[in-house]
Ligand binder design. Sequence first.
Ligand code: AKG
Ligand code: FE2
Length: 365
Amino acid sequence: MTTDPQPSGNGAHHASPGEPPVIDAQQLLAPANASAPPPPEVASAIADAASTIGFFQLTNHGMDAAVLQRMTRAMHSFFDLDLETKLQARRSETNAMGYAHDELTKQTLDLKEVFDVSRVPHPELPDTDPLNKTIEGFNLWPPGQDEFRAAVLAYYREVERCSFQLLEAFCAGLGMERTALHHLFEGQHTGFLRLNHYPLAHPLAQQAGKPQELMGVHHHTDAGFLTILVQDEVAGLEALAADGTWHLVRPIDGALTINVGDLAQVLSNDRFKAPLHRVRASRERRRYSAPFFFNPRPDADIAPLPQFVDDMHPPVYRPINWGQFRSKRYEGDYADKGEEVQISHYRLDRIGSKEQRQQQQQVAT
Ligand SMILES: O=C(O)CCC(=O)C(=O)O
Ligand SMILES: [Fe+2]
């Protein structure tokens, strides 16, 4: 049973304590509002959510519903293809985009299959033209799937447009000029769209003493700045709240689910929180989702912004070069190369770094 959302002070609604707020976005993402400042109460509700649970849901958002629906249909047909066809667009160690059914999170196999698509720098040129290679590699497409390609690329352009508008609301919520962070993304952002399909969990998985097999995605934070997620009606996504308990991020028809990424946490010097989240696998229903990871230019050096640093709030992180961080992270997704790189490795107090833990152990023993 679900409870009716309760209104809170700034127009956001919480279903229950710890559950991400549902925010009426007042058409924040509509093209007509591209040059308008984000409504202050929307920016403030976003900032409240971003600085507490790190997740929120946007209703009445203004993204093009027809483009979204077309992508969703194409995603279902794609995952229904036979494995052999999907494997023709299989990603590799040197090409992060394309199809995979063997992704690792925290060195553990996730129960899902994915298809990743990045920005196309020169849409007028063939997909395989060297000028269309980004730090993610080339986009790979299964043969004979023209509608899938067209639908996915149309959605990519739409969610990319919305990401810039949402970035402005994040900036406004942090009390900054709304275009203050555009330079980190403009021209060469490395945002990518992921299509996720979570097949049914095997009924014997838990009995076999392997509860980890019941996770669609193991707990993680998203590495980029922000994520715009479309989830279907099958529940499964959970976020870790400050009290240490997992809360369902319930699917809401027509809403966009947004979460803070690691880089927004770093830039805001820990004001915004990148939440740990995971996806439970279901034994009853297959689940589909489509996150867009809004990531900066490869040459962006991300560090706490001066306005969030003072005597009381010293910088928490040293600069992170995005291009290097992303490629290290991908190595961990693709194959077990040891501990996955995290922003905690860049903390100046070095809490959580391997070196520090080893040092602490040496001191303790
Ligand atoms: O499927 C979902 O709801 C979320 C997936 C996710 O967290 C991810 O792909 O990073
Ligand atoms: Fe995620």
